[in-house]
Design a protein around this ligand. Structure first.
Ligand code: TRP
Length: 343
């Protein structure tokens, strides 16, 4: 059995999008359109595993879909939709809840981190989160998923679920006329060096929407002045930039800013240091601020234009959901049959 090269990825609408989401995820979605069938989802059902104000959930859902498009994901070539419009995600996740083992779920480090000391009082949905993620991916028999380091364990679980399903229902899968496996063993796609953007105030922490300091995070909707200000006030040491990458060792903030420059200019840290090695922050920060504004402002403008047009956004998401369903429904019909549900 050969599977169509198909990519699925998703982002949770649970906060304002920032530079880390862009460089670490959204930007990497664009070139995959040339080589794969691409499905990019706004995973609103995942978002509600922790409390979301309903009005914020809607706003962020539109914002992420708009960011996909503004960054270069073509809603005609790719499928862009929000998860809750395709109810098969929920249906398959239930079946996967019955395939996945408690022991597998209990090993998920993200759940342990997120529930922390509060594990008696988090939602059941948060515990089942990785099972819904496996359903997202396997509902389309996606062969590749571009995600960062922090999602690798969830993808491994997705493969475990696929293998167990393929094995447990071997007879029924064969009876259905399938040669070989029903679900693919989905790969983690590394598209270029994965950029892990760090906080502008502390190079040991991820850039995040929940940072206490407003200056630590560049939001995709920030205006030019705000972007500039945040970069110029970024925490750094007092030394000049090194001319070699090795000189960035143990200089986390410098490494982060050089990495951001390289990512935004589509070059490498070597190239950036070739240009700026020996220079001080008084030269580098304004150059980075100009670059960031030049790259991010057009995206922000396009996002603003799109989110202001709810009619347009609704029709894009509806069209995406229709096309997603067209792929999902025949697969789901096979799954019901395989499991033994009478229809
Ligand atoms: N768990 C992912 C994250 O937090 C989001 C996600 C949900 C996802 N479903 C997915 C990513 C399917 C890739 C594929 O980043």
């Amino acid at each position: 059995m050969t599977f169509t090269p198909r990519v699925f990825s998703g982002i949770k609408p649970s906060g304002d999008l920032h530079l880390g989401n862009y460089l670490g995820a959204i930007r990497r979605f664009v070139p995959l359109q040339d080589t794969h069938e691409t499905i990019y989802c706004v995973v609103d059902m995942h978002a509600i595993t922790v409390w979301q104000e309903p009005e914020d959930l809607k706003r962020w859902t539109y914002e992420i879909a708009a960011a996909y498009i503004a960054a270069g994901v073509d809603p005609k070539r790719s499928i862009i939709f929000n998860q809750s419009q395709v109810m098969e995600h929920a249906e398959l996740s239930w079946i996967f809840n019955c395939v996945a083992r408690m022991g597998w779920m209990e090993r998920m480090t993200q759940f342990k981190d997120k529930s922390g000391e509060n594990s008696e009082n988090v939602s059941l949905g948060l515990f089942a989160y990785p099972s819904l993620m496996a359903a997202d991916i396997l509902l389309y028999k996606a062969t590749g998923v571009p995600v960062g380091e922090d999602q690798k364990q969830h993808l491994e679980l997705t493969r475990d679920i696929a293998k167990k399903f393929n094995h447990d229902f071997k007879k029924q899968i064969k009876a259905l006329g399938h040669k070989g496996d029903f679900f693919p063993i989905t790969e983690t796609l590394a598209t270029g060096p994965a950029m892990r953007v760090k906080s502008l105030k502390d190079g040991s922490k991820k850039m995040s929407k929940s940072d206490a300091s407003d200056l630590s995070t560049i939001y995709m909707m920030d205006d030019a002045d705000t972007i500039s200000k945040k970069i110029k006030r970024a925490t750094t040491d007092a030394d000049a930039l090194p001319s070699e990458v090795a000189g960035l060792a143990a200089r986390l903030e410098a490494e982060n800013l050089v990495g951001i420059y390289a990512a935004l200019s589509n070059t490498s840290a070597e190239d950036v240091l070739g240009q700026f090695g020996g220079q001080g922050w008084g030269v580098f920060k304004p150059a980075l601020a100009d670059l960031a504004v030049a790259r991010l402002s057009p995206i922000a403008d396009e996002m603003k234009r799109l989110v202001a047009d709810r009619g347009e956004m609704d029709s894009i998401l509806r069209d995406g959901a229709d096309r997603a369903r067209a792929i999902a429904q025949p697969i789901m019909a096979d799954i019901r049959n395989i499991v033994g549900f009478v229809r």
